[in-house]
Design a protein around this ligand. Structure first.
Ligand SMILES: [Zn+2]
Length: 190
């Protein structure tokens, strides 16, 4: 079963609380940010640009919105990096910060680290893509789900998830739909 990440639930609670206390600007900013309305740009080295683009496209197609865009150079919101080791023997890791200068204006910054080796052996293109799909699921607000069969399950080279499951897609969509409702009601409550 797909699950919402605790941080995402926290942000949603904070936003609702802010709205209920008349801090509409802050609430709107958070709502837009959780929905990733502005889209997220991803940077990647030439070496892994194809895998990152494939993972981004898997999510974009599945949820029917162009949430992720891979850019070359410039200053992307999130930089995807390949590293040779991660703490806890993890295959991937997301480290993001949400900057909220004002309503309708936010920026997600940080990076996604992918361990390019699995037990000392370099990941194949499919394996690398599957790890990026998983980490992008976190960016979209999903939690790990060790007993799930979708992209948010434990990394298993024998059962790669190159796309999110229907369950995961519908949870991401419902997070976004929920936030849209809240934005509308906070606008009309003004
Ligand atoms: Zn994870």
């Amino acid at each position: 079963m797909a699950m919402i990440a605790p941080e995402t639930s926290d942000w949603m609670r904070q936003a609702l609380d802010a709205r209920n206390h008349g801090r509409t600007e802050f609430a709107r900013g958070v709502f837009h940010a959780i929905r990733l309305d502005g889209g997220i740009t991803l940077g990647a080295s030439d070496l892994h640009a194809a895998e990152v683009a494939r993972a981004a496209e898997a999510w974009n197609e599945s949820i029917g919105t162009k949430v992720f865009r891979v850019v070359r150079g410039g200053d992307p919101d999130l930089q995807v990096r390949a590293v040779s080791v991660l703490e806890g023997d993890d295959q991937g890791e997301v480290d993001t910060d949400l900057e909220l200068p004002g309503a309708d204006h936010y920026r997600l910054t940080g990076g996604i680290s992918i361990c390019g080796l699995d037990h000392g052996v370099p990941l194949t293109a499919d394996e690398f893509t599957a790890v990026v799909v998983h980490e992008l699921g976190h960016v979209l607000g999903l939690d790990d789900c060790s007993n799930g069969s979708g992209a948010m399950g434990d990394y298993d080279a024998a059962h790669l998830a190159l796309r999110p499951s229907a369950d995961e897609v519908s949870l991401v969509k419902s997070i976004r739909a929920e936030m849209l409702l809240q934005i509308l009601s906070s606008t009309s409550a003004r």
